[in-house]
Design a protein around this ligand. Structure first.
Ligand code: SAH
Ligand code: SF4
Ligand code: F3S
Length: 452
């Protein structure tokens, strides 16, 4: 079958849910399909092919996807299309988890692929176009790192750079190790070479990606450590360097020191704690204690006094008592994060926690959740106040959603910063550049200022 022939000039649209890993996988898919002559479009209406990159980390993500797919049924194909129906493909973590079962549930889906076979996507789509019957391929594991695939970055100035795939931690609530497989690291040379290419292309910001970047390299010859990799990528001269996600149990003193010693490592760290109760942390199989976590936070703040911390919290893990929740609440209060992503526990079939009985009523969990969200907002507001009056470098990413005369960008601490477009300046000239902003006001989720 001639894949290129079937895809040439076809229009496609990719809709991505879930984490940065999925977003990066989507960039690879766009890059690949474009190399076959297909054209990316920005809406379902304009597209002959719609690809969903899906997430199954919580049940809500799955429900949302199914509603979304069903709603496509009534949208006509773009004018001039030679197809008799739109090609709908489902990939990512739900694709991996449910495979062929998706076709039974959503009969108008034409192709399903998983997390291990991105490189087959063009062929699967071509097959669906040629045979008019569903093309399904889901593999059990990756045979190699999918970094040889072309990539089309969402924006030219920022890049995600995967350093490892998969996860070996098996937190008892989490489905990721089942849909992304065992941890596999990419070689240090390969990563550094890609980072150098990105720098040469003018990229300003690189985010190293892995489910747990801190355990990078344990499976490689010579066991390079994440701190070594961070130094090597920093040496490429990239302007801003970030990484996600960090597991507290594997965060070493060397990585903490990088926040002090490497000027391009940005002062922001996402460090998911999940719970402040040692009893719950143990049931989650997180393998650290509240005391250990607080110890790391102290060291981080010693190394980098202005570091902005963010975290993830799960409320309502099975058996969570009022005291357990209070421990979480107090921890959030004590640390004062810039950002906390709060989730209500969602049982995922196949994970150990899904076997536990949930004895806390739904309303109690919701009430705890709401209490926590209020605290998170108050703390985020407080954390931002220290920047009022400061002059900070801001990477301009676009305009404010509500007002197109206001620039939106990111501070080193990863805060959103708004500033009016200076008179006589063109937005296009500013996009992707770093400008100095003086902060006039700090809100809960953004800073307001003006360009100096
Ligand atoms: N590897 C990353 C990301 C995991 S998924 C990490 O270890 O942090 C992102 C977040 O989703 C997790 O940090 C956790 O807070 C949340 N999450 C994962 N499984 C969940 C579940 N079953 N119910 C509710 N939240 C969950
Ligand atoms: Fe899931 Fe835990 Fe792995 Fe993160 S570290 S992906 S929460 S199993
Ligand atoms: Fe979701 Fe898969 Fe990421 S389950 S959080 S998209 S690894």
């Amino acid at each position: 079958m001639t894949t290129g022939h079937h895809l040439d000039n076809r229009t496609f649209h990719v809709i991505t849910f879930g984490c940065q890993m999925n977003k990066h996988d989507s960039e690879r898919i766009v890059g690949m399909l474009e190399s076959y002559g297909a054209r990316q479009v920005q809406s379902v209406e304009e597209s002959e092919i719609v690809i969903f990159m899906t997430c199954c980390v919580r049940a809500a993500a799955e429900t949302r996807l199914k509603g979304h797919v069903a709603s496509l049924k009534n949208i006509p194909l773009p004018e001039g299309s030679t197809l008799d129906q739109r090609i709908i493909a489902i990939g990512g973590c739900i694709g991996q988890n449910e495979a062929g079962a998706l076709i039974d549930e959503l009969p108008h889906v034409s192709a399903v692929f998983g997390t291990f076979n991105l490189s087959s996507v063009p062929e699967l789509l071509a097959q669906a176009l040629e045979t008019h019957s569903p093309a399904v391929e889901v593999l059990e594991a990756a045979d190699e790192f999918p970094t040889c695939l072309p990539s089309h970055r969402e924006v030219p100035w920022s890049a995600w750079l995967p350093i490892s795939i998969g996860c070996n931690n098996f937190c008892t609530y989490c489905i990721v190790p089942y849909v992304r497989g065992r941890e596999k690291s990419r070689t240090l040379e390969d990563i550094t070479a890609e980072a150098q290419t990105l720098v040469d292309q003018g990229v300003k910001e690189i985010t190293l990606l892995g489910q747990n970047v801190n355990s990078y390299g344990r499976d490689l010859y010579g066991e390079p450590r994440f701190a070594d990799l961070l130094k090597a990528v920093s040496d490429t001269g990239i302007e801003r360097l970030r990484f996600a996600t960090s597991h507290p149990k594997d965060l070493t003193d060397e990585v903490i020191a990088a926040f002090r010693d490497l000027p391009n490592v940005m002062p922001a760290l996402h460090l998911p704690v999940q719970s402040g109760s040692n009893r719950i942390l143990d049931k989650m199989n997180r393998r650290y204690t509240r005391e250990h976590y607080l110890g790391i936070v102290n060291k981080l703040r010693e190394a980098c006094p202005n570091i902005a911390l963010s975290t993830d919290i799960i409320v309502g893990f099975p058996g969570e008592t009022e005291q357990d929740f209070q421990d979480t609440y107090d921890l959030i209060d004590e640390i004062g994060y810039h950002q906390v992503f709060t989730f209500i526990y969602s049982p995922r079939e196949g994970t150990p926690a899904a076997e536990l009985t949930q004895d806390t009523p739904r309303e109690v969990i919701q009430e705890r959740f709401d209490r926590l969200v209020n605290l998170v907002q108050a703390k985020a507001y407080d954390a931002n106040q220290v920047d009022v009056g400061a002059r900070i470098p801001v990477l301009i990413e676009g305009v404010s959603k509500r007002d197109s005369s206001i620039l939106a960008g990111k501070s080193p601490k990863n805060q959103t910063v708004h500033a009016p477009i200076p008179e006589g300046t063109d937005l296009d000239e500013l996009l992707g550049t770093i400008v100095e902003v003086e902060v006039d006001e700090a809100k809960t989720w953004y800073l307001k200022g003006h360009i100096i």
